[in-house]
Design a protein around this ligand. Structure first.
Ligand SMILES: Cc1cc2nc3c(=O)[nH]c(=O)nc-3n(C[C@H](O)[C@H](O)[C@H](O)COP(=O)(O)O)c2cc1C
Length: 365
C-alpha cells in the first residue's frame, strides 16, 4: 500500500469527484516551477523504451490520456510525473460548459469512473494562448473535438462542424507535437454517431487534407462500437486520404456488461465507464484494427484500464505503440506512472526483449 492509497485516496474519495479533479489540476498548475526537479526523480530514462512515431520521439510509450488536463493548465507538472507524453483536451473551436453537473462519478467496486463531462473546455484560442511558448521534455498532444453547445442548442450542419474541427486544428497545431481528433465523444449528442456515416467521415478527411495547419502527426480517436465492419470501413476511407498516422479507440457510450457496482447505483450515473470495465472491448478493437491495418503506415494508441506494467505490456503486444492512462491516476495515485514504466523494463528483461518496439503487435495473428 502506498501513502496515496492508504491515506490520501480515502480522504479525497469523501469529496465530490469533479471537485477533486479541479483541486488536482489547480495544485499541479501551481507546481510547474518544480517540475524539472520532480521529473529528474520520476522519469524512467532508458533507450529501450523510446518510441518513434510520425517523426516524433516519445521517451516512453506510457502517456496521459485526454480528459485530465482539459485546458492545458498543468502540462509541465503532469509531464513531471514521468509520462512519456501528455495529451491535453478535448478542446473545441468554441468554449463550452459541457454537460450540467453532476457529471463525474466513482465506481470503486470496479476501480472505474463514470464520465459525462461533455467536453467542457476554454476553447481553442484560449488553450492555444495558454500553451504558447511551453517547452516540455515529452511530446504534447492536443485532442480536438466538436463544440458541445448543449442538448437544447440547434444542430449545426455538417460543413459547419467540419469547419470547426479545422479551425481548432489551425489554432492548436502550432502549440502541439501531435493532434488527436476525437470523432467519438460518448457524452455529446452530436459527437457520438456523426462520423459513423462514411460520407461524413470522407468529407471530414477531405477537409483535413486541404487544411494548411502546421504539419503534425494526426490521429483519430474513434468509437469502439460497430465491431469489425466499422473498423474495416474506417481503414478503407482513411486509406484514401493522406494525413492520418494512426488510431485510438474511445470509451463506449453506455454501461459495459458485468459491472460489480450494483445496477441501482450505476443506473443513476449518466455517462461512459472508464477503467477496467471497458478494457475488454477496447482491447478487441485494438487487436482487430492491428490485424487489418497496414502496419507500415499506421500506429495505434491504446487506453482502457491500464494500472500495471502487465496491463500496458499486454496492450503493446496486442498492437499498441503508445499506451495512455487516466483512471489509474485516480485509484493508484501519481506513483503509478513510474511503476508501470519501470515494470515494462522488468517484463522485457523476463522475455529477453531488447527494445519495446520488438513486441508491438506480436500477439496479433
Ligand atoms: C474523467 C475523464 C474525462 C475524459 N475526457 C476525455 C476527453 O475530453 N476526450 C477524450 O478523447 N477522452 C476523454 N476521456 C477518455 C480517456 O482519454 C481514456 O481514453 C479512457 O478513460 C480510457 O482510459 P483509462 O481507463 O485509463 O481512464 C476521459 C476519461 C475520463 C475518465
Amino acid at each position: 500500500m502506498s501513502f496515496y492509497t492508504s491515506v490520501l485516496r480515502p480522504a479525497l474519495f469523501r469529496l465530490d469527484p469533479e471537485r477533486v479533479h479541479h483541486l488536482a489540476i489547480g495544485l499541479a498548475a501551481r507546481a510547474g516551477a518544480v517540475a524539472p526537479l520532480l521529473r529528474a526523480v520520476t522519469a524512467v530514462d532508458d533507450p529501450r523504451l523510446a518510441v518513434t512515431v510520425g517523426g516524433l520521439t516519445f521517451p516512453t510509450p506510457i502517456g496521459l490520456s485526454a480528459g485530465f488536463d482539459k485546458n492545458g493548465d498543468a502540462v509541465a507538472s503532469l509531464a513531471a510525473l514521468g509520462f512519456g507524453f501528455v495529451e491535453v483536451g478535448s478542446v473545441s473551436a468554441e468554449p463550452s460548459n459541457g454537460n450540467p453537473p453532476p457529471r463525474l462519478f466513482r465506481l470503486p467496486a470496479d476501480r472505474a469512473l463514470a464520465v459525462a463531462y461533455g467536453v467542457p473546455n476554454a476553447g481553442a484560442a484560449a488553450v492555444s494562448r495558454r500553451l504558447a511558448g511551453q517547452r516540455l521534455p515529452v511530446p504534447l498532444g492536443l485532442n480536438i473535438v466538436g463544440t458541445n453547445r448543449g442538448p437544447g442548442a440547434p444542430v449545426i450542419c455538417d460543413d459547419a462542424l467540419i469547419a470547426e474541427y479545422m479551425q481548432a486544428a489551425r489554432l492548436l497545431a502550432p502549440v502541439s507535437d501531435y493532434l488527436m481528433f476525437n470523432l467519438s465523444c460518448p457524452n455529446t449528442t452530436d459527437g457520438r454517431d456523426f462520423f459513423a456515416d462514411p460520407v461524413r467521415l470522407d468529407a471530414w478527411l477531405t477537409a483535413l487534407d486541404e487544411t494548411d495547419y502546421a504539419p503534425r502527426p494526426s490521429f483519430l480517436k474513434v468509437s469502439p462500437l460497430g465491431g469489425v465492419a466499422m473498423i474495416e470501413q474506417l481503414l478503407e476511407i482513411v486509406g484514401r486520404h493522406r494525413k492520418i498516422t494512426g488510431f485510438m479507440f474511445n470509451l463506449p457510450s453506455g454501461k459495459p456488461a458485468g459491472l460489480t457496482t450494483p445496477r441501482a447505483v450505476w443506473e443513476r450515473m449518466p455517462g461512459a465507464v472508464s477503467g477496467p470495465p471497458s478494457a475488454a472491448l477496447l482491447d478487441d478493437c485494438l487487436v482487430e484494427c492491428c490485424r487489418r491495418m497496414d502496419r507500415g503506415r499506421y500506429v495505434l494508441f491504446a487506453s482502457g484500464g491500464v494500472s500495471t506494467a502487465a496491463d500496458a505490456y499486454a496492450k503493446i503486444r496486442k498492437g499498441a505503440s503508445l499506451v495512455a492512462l487516466l483512471t489509474a491516476l485516480v485509484y493508484e495515485g501519481p506513483g503509478v506512472v513510474r511503476r508501470v514504466t519501470r515494470g515494462l523494463l522488468d517484463l522485457m528483461d523476463r522475455d529477453g526483449v531488447k527494445h519495446i518496439s520488438e513486441v508491438v503487435g506480436v500477439d496479433v495473428r
